[in-house]
Design a protein around this ligand. Structure first.
Ligand code: G4P
Length: 529
């Protein structure tokens, strides 16, 4: 198959949701369609198996949280589909934000009873900012939930989306009869059997036909006609171009658990979802069909095998092909590297591959060469944009609790920060180290991993910070900036990239600082230029 065709057949996307909305279940059903797994439950079981082989995974297993962002690939109707799984737990939101730099589109899963939840809001906001095309899947239609129109309103208002329903439920919960597929103009009747692979659908070109009454009964038929009339009056027609520009979001209804409405979602997805997209580097825009390889590291997964301190760096291929044993330039280190066993991902397995294409993810074994955001090329100097740091929510001093192991501690902290587990800030005043995390859980993870992987012990001390703000001085030589630095010295720190950060201790002091120094801009993310 030609290089161009290989690109055309790839769809790389992420599924985002609030925990428990059904992301894992949907992923599993998508894999079933691809024939990549044989039975329901395989994906969940796999989570547990991983937990048993790795100490670190044991923490997350015990807590029932999926920390790892894994890659699951399958073939459906000759399309190569790469799903980048994203942790829904809020403490690992940054991991998810980074994964969103590697997807070309997303599917947003919403629980019909709970509606739009907090994590969905945050993640969708990031997707909107980055103009990532989104499809919404409203899940658990077999349960009593909210009125479909109310929910569509909520999605528009809370998530700031412009929705177009491409399927619509017939009844709900106990009365749930099925869905009308607006996109394909057919009816899919619900039987509630989570083992079935493909549903029977009844093609329906004329919604006015009396056949409708025979199939779903008079009451439901009339309601459906009314609903469809309202839909065509209220919502615009689906426009693929607007969807690809992230200005319109199609919505599907279904039940992942019952494998219902999933085929419709998948068929529409492969028809409309974007192929591997061009990506902006600091230097220039890089097209997927350029023949020279370029890619970037969006995730580092540590300690897959606890006996060796190895890590797996996940590289998203942006352009060209990635080939085994071919030398590539590690741009940040300025050196060429070869990889004898690049992993590709298939269903829940990984295997060594000779060649990968744009849109694919390769896993490279790493002993500490890679950081999140690193770029690989065939020689060109390129730096991919869009892997920002966000202000952490929790801050603590990190102290060495075993003076004989300070080297191990520093190495451990360094490597964990490269993986993006948390952020490190070094105070300007006294070089003390502060760890910033999105959730309190990461402090435990860090402590545990430092001890088990690096043989170092740490303790924490509270450090009251409200937000870390990256500083942009309009004129770094101005008196105003000098005064700011002098007065706020105690609150200034450097992040890992040696960028200057202001650690505001309260919302009030942040506001006062902004008022007093209007030419010193304070940003909650490191990506502002
Ligand atoms: P997540 O990855 O988004 O966190 O959610 P997950 O798929 O694990 O689903 C969360 C719970 O919701 C699971 O139940 C799952 O079976 C259930 N669920 C998913 N889709 C549907 C659906 O369409 N209808 C109904 N009724 N339930 C659904 P659990 O009891 O937490 O787990 P389990 O014991 O069933 O595995």
């Amino acid at each position: 198959m030609s290089f161009k065709n290989q690109i055309q057949r790839r769809r790389t996307f992420g599924i985002i949701s609030h925990p428990d909305a059904g992301k894992t279940t949907l992923t599993e059903k998508l894999l079933l369609f691809g024939g990549a797994i044989q039975e329901a439950g395989a994906v969940k079981n796999n989570k547990i198996k991983k937990g048993a082989t790795s100490d670190f995974m044991e923490i997350e297993r015990q807590r029932g949280i999926s920390v790892a962002t894994s890659v699951l690939a399958f073939i459906y109707k000759d399309k190569k589909i790469n799903i980048l799984d994203t942790p829904g737990h809020k403490d690992f939101a940054e991991d998810t934000f980074r994964t969103l730099t590697a997807v070309d589109s997303v599917i947003v899963v919403i629980d019909v009873a709970k509606g739009v939840e907090e994590q969905t809001e945050k993640l969708v906001e990031v997707c909107r900012m980055r103009k990532i095309p989104m499809i919404v899947f409203i899940n658990k239609m077999d349960r009593e939930g909210r009125d479909a129109f109310d929910l569509l309103d909520e999605v528009e208002q809370k998530l700031g989306l412009k929705v177009v329903p491409l399927s619509f439920p017939i009844g709900m919960g106990y009365d749930f009869k099925g869905i009308y597929n607006i996109y394909e103009k057919n009816i899919n009747l619900f039987r509630g059997d989570n083992k079935k692979k493909i549903e029977d659908t009844i093609a329906f070109n004329d919604i006015e036909s009396p056949e409708l009454e025979k199939i779903i009964g008079e009451k439901a038929a009339n309601e459906l006609r009314d609903d469809l009339e309202l839909i065509s009056g209220v919502y615009p027609d689906f426009d693929k171009e607007l969807y690809l520009k992230a200005e319109q979001q199609p919505v599907f209804f279904g039940s992942a658990l019952n494998n219902f409405g999933v085929r419709e979602l998948l068929d529409c997805f492969i028809a409309i979802a974007p192929t591997p997209q061009p990506k902006m580097a600091e230097e220039r825009l890089v097209q997927a069909n350029e023949t020279e390889l370029s890619g970037f590291v969006f995730k580092i997964h540590a300690n897959m095998d606890p006996k060796h301190r190895d890590r797996l760096a996940f590289v998203k291929i942006v352009s060209g092909t990635f080939e085994k044993n071919k030398p590539y330039l590690h741009v940040r280190q300025g050196k060429k590297m070869k990889f004898s066993s690049p992993n590709a991902f298939f269903a829940e397995k990984k295997e060594i591959v000779d060649i990968s294409y744009p849109g694919d993810i390769v896993g490279l074994h790493d002993t500490g060469n890679f950081k999140i955001g690193d770029t690989l090329t065939e020689g060109e100097i390129l730096h991919y944009k869009g892997i920002p740091s966000f202000s952490p929510e929790h801050f603590r001093y990190i102290n060495n609790a075993d003076p004989l192991k300070s080297k191990q501690l520093n190495k451990g902290i360094d490597q964990l920060m490269d993986e993006g587990v948390a952020q490190l800030f070094t105070l300007e005043l006294n070089n003390r180290k502060i760890i910033g995390t999105v959730g309190a859980l990461q402090f435990e993870v860090i402590q545990y991993r430092l001890e088990h992987e690096y043989g170092a012990k740490c303790s924490y001390e509270n450090f009251p910070v409200y937000k870390a703000c990256w500083i942009e001085a309009k004129d770094p030589k101005s008196e105003e900036f000098k005064e700011f630095k002098r007065v706020k010295q105690k609150f200034l720190a450097k992040d890992k990239r040696k960028q200057l950060v202001f650690l505001a201790d309260s919302q009030f002091s942040l506001q006062m600082t902004q008022q007093k120094y209007p030419n010193v801009k304070l940003h909650f993310t490191s990506e502002f230029n």
